[in-house]
Write a protein that binds this ligand. Sequence first.
Ligand code: GAR
Length: 191
Amino acid sequence: MKYIAIFASGNGSNAENIANYFGSSNSIRVGAILCNNSNAYVVERAKNMGIPYFVFSKEQLNETGEVSAYLHRNNISFIVLAGFLWLLPQDITAKYDHRILNIHPSLLPKYGGKGMYGNKVHQAVIDAGDVVSGITIHRVNEYYDDGDIVCQKMCTVEPTDTAESLASKVHALEYEWYPKVIENEVTNYTI
Ligand code: GAR
């Protein structure tokens, strides 16, 4: 069994979707959910699903090594970011080189970078008058939205779309594709 950890900062609908997808797998399991905000709904989701979780501070992530130690203790061999707002420190990106994925709700390199999150991204797409948007699943390094792109999927942007309606189209793509891409990456990576 390979155990993956999901890092999330907010609602956690992708985290729950991924955990459900692997619930019936006999080779991959979500072994932990990690969150930087104790009020985030993803923490409730982790409790409801009975998945071990760890709420951590910036210091525990970047200075004391507690997040890294938690991953080690829980036998985590792959990391998945799903709406996680902080950068991972270099010790984690180096240790999990080629074993960290992120999902971004636009077609990178457009609308990426620090502060580009959730509906801010969708509003920027609409303001620019783009007629397509979508998702990007990419490997993670120590910069924002910068690693190798593994998969992109598109949806149309209609003149009537709002940030909210575009977000639901993008979420539908995320729910469909992120678990499959994770499964493929985890299965093909030999540790
Ligand atoms: C998702 O749309 C994800 O692509 C986005 O945050 C949302 C989290 O939703 N991530 C980013 O914007 C990263 N820059 P969720 O908490 O319901 O899964």
